[in-house]
Design a protein around this ligand. Structure first.
Ligand SMILES: *Cc1c(COP(=O)(O)O)cnc(C)c1O
Length: 329
């Protein structure tokens, strides 16, 4: 795959630059997956554009291609054709890129992939972060590999990458003095972070292997627990780095709620968290348009992220197991 990568200070900065490079203008509208971390949507507002949120589908928990097309058709009919589509590979799970790319192509709208959580994940053998017109990666402290803070913009063309580097280093024109004809940013990756990143690249495969072991552990643990489903790949087309492992608790079948389970974990000092709260339900994005049903919302109500570090010990696993078993009694 022929990719051009600009190393930057954060994934958020990378997404901001992607919108600048695409020429997004104030008042434009950008479609964004609602079920995500706020950093997927915030940069839309940095360029004065408005997010239009779209629901997820049950297999990958990522953008629903049907709701996406509905949003595009409705917005276009109203004379407000969206200028870009931000699709996210949440928790490392690749989105339905075949369907999403087909819709995007049909309406000629560029796709920006938010692959911040999906470094090393693949769809049909192709790496997440290489499908879109541009894609972002994050090396923040909580991601699968880290430079303490950092990110990257993955571009289709060399021109886009050069533009990203130019903008990220204060947009300095080619002149002996300091000459500027565009607004620039201080978004470059520091040399120290880059040095750490080079070392981290060597441990990426090990980290992914460890996270996948966690996912297998949870699958086995919950196999006999009714009402709990572990989030995993819908088919062999998908390879997730399983950055975080997550479950859905079906209260009726399980006999307890997500909150019951979370509190039980907390009693034992085991940290677990509800899944991302969808953006269309966030106070800060109140009034933004939303297309789809209530799938993202139901994930927020019933889902739980489980301990997923690359270094989950045998002891921790045993504790997690005993909490689960105690709930069944
Ligand atoms: C972490 C993250 C980002 C932002 O990356 P930073 O490097 O922290 O700015 C964007 N999108 C998603 C889905 C993320 O998880």
């Amino acid at each position: 795959e022929n990719v051009n990568v600009a190393a930057l200070s954060a994934g958020t900065a990378a997404l901001h630059l992607a919108f600048v490079i695409l020429g997004i203008q104030p008042g434009d509208e950008i479609i964004c997956q609602s079920f995500t971390f706020s950093a997927s949507a915030n940069p839309i507002t940095y360029v004065g554009a408005k997010p239009v949120f779209v629901d997820s589908e049950p297999e990958t928990w990522n953008m629903c291609p049907i709701a996406l097309e509905e949003a595009i058709q409705d917005k276009t009919a109203k004379g407000k054709k969206p200028k870009a589509i931000v699709v996210v590979h949440l928790y490392g799970m690749p989105a339905k890129m075949d369907e999403i790319s087909a819709v995007a192509k049909r309406y000629e709208i560029p796709v920006i992939e938010d692959a911040a959580e999906a470094l090393g994940s693949t769809f049909k053998g192709q790496k997440c972060g290489t499908f879109g017109e541009m894609s972002i990666l994050s090396f923040n402290g909580n991601k699968i590999i880290t430079t303490s803070g950092g990110g990257a913009l993955v571009c289709k063309t060399k021109e886009q990458k050069e533009k990203a580097v130019f903008l990220s280093t204060q947009a300095r024109d080619n002149a002996p003095h300091y000459q500027h004809s565009e607004i620039g940013f201080n978004y470059r990756m520091s040399n120290i972070a880059a040095g750490i990143g080079r070392g981290q690249m060597e441990v990426l495969e090990d980290r992914i292997a460890a996270r996948r072991v966690n996912n297998d552990f949870y699958k086995e643990l919950f196999a006999t627990i009714e009402g709990i489903s572990v989030f995993t790949e819908p088919s062999d087309d998908y390879f997730s780095n399983h950055w975080l492992s997550a479950i859905i608790v079906d209260e009726e079948k399980a006999g307890f709620t997500r909150e019951d389970l979370r509190e039980k974990f907390l009693e034992q000092n085991i940290e677990s968290r509800p899944l991302w709260k969808p953006m269309h339900l966030q106070p800060v994005f109140e009034g933004c348009d939303y297309y789809g049903g209530n799938f993202a919302e139901s994930l927020f109500e019933k889902g739980l992220c489980l301990p997923s570090g690359s270094n989950l010990s045998e002891e921790e696993r045993a504790e997690i197991k005993s909490v689960i078993l105690s709930l069944k009694n």
